[in-house]
Write a protein that binds this ligand. Sequence first.
Ligand code: ZN
Length: 234
Amino acid sequence: MLADIHSNLEALHAVLADASGYDDVWVLGDIVGYGPHPHECLEIVRELNAACVAGNHDLGAVGSYPLEWFNQVAREACAWTSRQLSEGDALFLQGLPHILSIGQFMLVHGSPRQPASEYVTSPQLATEMGAVCTCTHCLVGHTHRAAAFSLEMPSVLPCQAGVSVSLAQGRLLLNPGAVGQPRDGDSRAAYGVLDEGECTFEFHRVVYDVEATSAEIVRQGLPEALGMRLHAGY
Ligand code: ZN
């Protein structure tokens, strides 16, 4: 399970190589924005036949999200991203659903209440989502930080790399963290592995070539700060 790829091709390659052996790929939005390889990342996601929902940056790149909701750097990157998209890329992004239900899982970028924009950052907010989420579990991205919260009562579960969370313990809200722009002080790409047979969700981190992405950001004329933050994991 991937979230917030953000046009970071190096990170996407590293995650897919590390995860090897999966049946399906689910993407929780923000395939594009910030990074230097929007077209290439979209191509891979489409080739994987991944189940995807739209993120605010995906919508922003095709004019379906108010740009004034982005900060200056994100807005610049968004305008640049729009210019890189092929017609097929744009149609794909425009056609993304905001919410997907797959079995007992609801997939959204932000939250079930405001799919493209709301950040679920606390166990209290997660319990509010319990009333809105129509599936057993809720899978989100958007915060760029891994998280595991209960949907039933304010409760934080461990979510460090290597931790495996049992889905049998109650209704959960899970965020795998960001593939392409982690914001927890750890520059490694984050992703999650859902094992429906074992009924578990496992958090993973993998090292990727941060310098290559960062150098390409500069080469493409994107704001330099977007490369620097990748090194800091923020
Ligand atoms: Zn994002």
